[in-house]
Design a protein. Structure first.
Length: 161
């Protein structure tokens, strides 16, 4: 059962690259981008992470923190963060608990072979820990993903004014 817009996210999100437990309540009163990606150091995932890195302060200005999640381990995340100078934490969901809770662990196909993997998906979470927007795998353009979110946020801000 996948989480949907309007659902509250789970309290325990997992451990980051330093083994620190990350909880939804750590972000209470703050909005954040929670993005799930398949694998550290692959071309698409690197492009997506660098898009967030390059737009980190623009998202901060709009009131959003960034938190990435993949099923890679802490050591892999640490290396990925250091190599690409990522200014945000990455959750090591090695037991696949979070990807399953969000409904993102699914059968995928690559070169005609079927396998289980993470569906690249992004959630915009409000100050109460509730999902406000879901950006699906088909919508995500990895190289400009942060720009996609910024455009969406700017559009929403215009509608409110």
């Amino acid at each position: 059962m996948a989480l949907e817009v309007g659902n509250k996210i789970p309290e325990i999100l997992g451990s980051d690259q330093d083994g620190r437990l990350i909880k939804a309540s750590d972000y209470a009163g703050r909005k954040f981008v929670l993005y799930f990606y398949p694998k550290d150091s692959t071309p698409g995932c690197t492009a997506e992470a660098c898009s967030f890195r390059d737009n980190f302060y623009d998202l901060k200005k709009r009131g959003y923190d960034i938190l990435g999640v993949s099923v890679d381990n802490e050591a892999s995340h640490k290396k990925f963060i250091e190599k690409h100078e990522l200014p945000f934490p990455l959750i090591a969901d090695t037991d696949k608990k979070l990807v399953q809770e969000f409904g993102l662990w699914a059968e995928k196909t690559l070169a005609g072979k079927k396998y289980m993997g993470t569906l690249r998906t992004t959630f915009l979470i409000n100050e109460e820990g509730v999902i406000e927007k879901i950006i699906t795998p088909k919508e995500i353009k990895t190289k400009e993903h942060a720009d996609q979110i910024i455009d969406y946020l700017d559009e929403q801000a215009k509608k409110q004014n």
